[in-house]
Design a binder for this molecule. Structure first.
Ligand SMILES: [Zn+2]
Length: 275
């Protein structure tokens, strides 16, 4: 990614979009607003799922990302950034790196489902793990194995063993936060946005695997279902989705978000400038 593009992605700005308020160091209060990182799935040569009429998932996820960006900023409660703001391919690890580099407080990947049965419809919410299963065990093991990298070799004042335990605890705490956020989305969608019969699901998604950011992957609906496809293509429905997600994010930060740690310093915002 070019440096300018990276800056734009962090700021969540597309070409021609106005900066609603400056995200620079001197403009930030002592305790800056939480940063929500939106990750519109796919892009560039990766179209994602395809509807029967040729509608591409990458286009819907980007439009939904912009709608959510706008709705969140309107609350005045959050800083909001996006991993991509135009039709561009970004590798999964790069998406995670953008969120971690910006010290995001919440990461939301936006996708559309593609299911084998066309009559299945509705949104579903993925976290890295939530159900006891062999798959879960495998993903937990893989994640715990990442703790070494997360802790780093030289955590000041603690032995490597203690550092590993701390990292492991943080991983579990993030999983709990992610699961809480998934429940908040389900509560907020209920009765308004169609949901799959069993909407809380878990899988080993690469973009959900960083232990330092509570993360959820939302399948906003099924492109293989004609009713869902029609909804997903509708700006009115995407605004409804954005409003319900904003309500879920409000719920999460009001009730479930981990409190900031006193020793944590926020990123210096000079690196967020676009020029
Ligand atoms: Zn997808």
């Amino acid at each position: 990614m070019k440096r300018r593009d990276f800056g734009q992605a962090l700021l969540g700005l597309g070409a021609g979009m106005a900066i609603s308020r400056p995200l620079v160091a001197e403009a930030l209060p002592a305790h800056p607003l939480p940063l929500v990182m939106l990750d519109p799935g796919h892009g560039g040569h990766d179209p994602g799922a395809m509807a029967p009429d040729g509608t591409e998932e990458k286009t819907i996820t980007l439009s939904a990302g912009f709608a959510l960006h706008k709705a969140l900023l309107a609350t005045g409660r959050y800083r909001v950034a996006m991993t991509r703001t135009h039709d561009q391919f970004i590798a999964l690890e790069q998406r995670v790196a953008i969120a971690v580099g910006a010290k995001a407080d919440l990461f939301i990947a936006l996708h559309c489902d593609h299911l084998p049965e066309a009559d299945l419809r509705g949104a579903s919410i993925f976290t890295l793990s939530s159900n006891a299963s062999d798959g879960l065990a495998a993903s937990i093991a893989a994640d715990e194995n990442q703790a070494d990298n997360f802790a780093g070799p030289n955590m000041p004042g603690v032995t490597p063993q203690v550092a590993n335990v701390l990292a492991s605890l943080e991983t579990r705490a993030m999983r709990i936060s992610s699961a809480n956020f998934a429940h908040d989305i389900r509560s907020s969608f209920k009765g308004v946005v169609p949901l799959l019969p069993d909407p809380l699901r878990s899988a080993d998604f690469a973009v959900l695997r960083d232990p330092s950011v509570p993360s959820t992957l939302l399948e906003m609906g099924c492109l293989t279902n004609p009713l869902d496809e029609k909804l997903l293509r509708s700006p009115k429905h995407r605004k409804e989705l954005a409003d319900r997600l904003t309500a879920a994010i409000d719920l999460y930060f009001d009730n479930h978000a981990p409190s900031p740690k006193p020793h944590e310093s926020r990123p210096h915002k000079a690196s967020w400038r676009t020029s």
